[in-house]
Design a protein around this ligand. Structure first.
Ligand code: ZN
Length: 161
């Protein structure tokens, strides 16, 4: 089900989300399905549960294969190197910014079956995971961005005199 995405400013976006205690319950499975539907509908590359109004530690990252659902994700290792990159957010439409993120991270989480997974992520994949984990901690990219700018709208050219 496609749900409305909460827009900044909103108290839920600023709350620290609580860990999921039972992945198998239908509420969590439904939440994951709704997050995936909503992310695709909004053409996003990631989404976090608070963005559709649930203070739960669940994030989705779009990948080339299936969308990756991570429950209670934790970054257990960070590279020394950081990298600047452009970010936007479904909850802050039309605004972009340059954010420094770890280039490479190791993530520990539960998958949709409740199994523990540990994997390495780098570059854009690592950036999206860091952005989404920030969401479940109540942090938005505009808090970290060095430069914030508005998307420039191209005006329609009217040739009539
Ligand atoms: Zn976001």
């Amino acid at each position: 089900m496609i749900l409305p995405i909460l827009k900044h400013p909103n108290d839920i976006l600023r709350k620290k989300s609580t860990p999921v205690t039972d992945v198998a319950v239908s509420d969590i499975q439904k939440l994951i399905a709704n997050m995936i539907d909503t992310m695709y509908a909004a053409k996003g590359i990631g989404i976090a549960a608070p963005q559709i109004g649930h203070s739960k530690r669940v994030i989705i990252v779009k990948t080339e294969d299936e969308p990756l659902a991570l429950i209670n994700p934790v970054i257990i290792k960070k590279s020394f190197r950081k990298e600047s990159g452009e970010e936007g957010c479904l909850s802050i439409p039309g605004i972009f910014g340059t954010v420094r993120r770890y280039k490479k991270i190791t993530v520990e989480a539960l998958d949709t079956h409740g199994n523990k997974v540990t994997f390495e992520a780098s570059d854009l994949f690592a950036r999206v995971i860091q952005h989404e984990i920030d969401h479940i901690d109540g942090i938005l990219f505009i808090d970290r961005a060095k430069k914030i700018y508005r998307e420039e709208k191209i005006e329609k050219i009217d040739r009539k005199p």
